[in-house]
Design a protein around this ligand. Structure first.
Ligand SMILES: [Mn+2]
Length: 197
């Protein structure tokens, strides 16, 4: 069972989140931030991960802590659910089109955290959501899932479409990279014989 649950509590947020990497794409998670809930729903659906939990954040301050901390906890949960990463495909890359927008996401479940994020937004807000928080989420996720993640929006004009293409792209890349490689199901996909140590 590739499942894990993480509970993280600070003065700013309290996050309980469970992930099943071999789910059906259910998302039963409410952050109090409408657009972030929408993006997490897309992530779960397109990765076919089941995400469940509760999030309480200091939304009276702004959306920063909550968005970042959900990224931290999701990253930690994915990393724990992967275990020793035996048999995974490890690498994946997708080009995710969303109407006029095209975003490329390349992923290596390397055990080494690194983010390249070359995406900019034509607006500062999508509804009440600050577009600068998309990078914060990706940084928190990549750092805590210990993956090498390259995200680049090649072109796009609508901030909603751009944010969606980043999250759907991450989802599709995760789905492919965590998939078990039938040709090497019992092997750690590294000449080092171990990942993330
Ligand atoms: Mn949408």
């Amino acid at each position: 069972m590739r499942r894990a649950e993480i509970v993280r509590e600070t003065k700013e947020t309290k996050v309980r989140l469970s992930v099943d990497l071999d789910g059906t794409g259910v998302c039963a998670l409410s952050t109090g931030i409408g657009f972030l809930d929408h993006l997490l729903d897309l992530l779960a659906r397109h990765a076919r991960f089941d995400l469940r939990g509760e999030v309480e954040g200091d939304l009276h301050v702004d959306f920063h802590h909550t968005t970042e901390d959900v990224g931290i906890v999701l990253g930690q949960a994915v990393r724990r659910a992967l275990g020793d990463m035996r048999g995974i495909t490890r690498y994946a890359d997708v080009h995710l089109p969303m109407d006029e927008t095209l975003t490329r996401v390349a992923l290596d479940i390397s055990g080494r955290p690194f983010l390249v994020f070359r995406t900019s937004f034509p607006t500062q807000k999508i509804g009440l959501f600050d577009t600068e928080l998309v990078r914060e989420f990706f940084q928190a996720f990549a750092s805590n899932a210990a993956v090498t993640l390259h995200v680049e929006t090649l072109y796009g004009e609508n901030s909603h479409h751009i944010a969606e293409s980043c999250f759907k792209g991450l989802a599709r890349a995760l789905r492919a990279a965590v998939a078990i490689d039938p040709a090497a199901a019992e092997q750690i996909p590294s000449t080092k014989g171990a990942l993330g140590v």
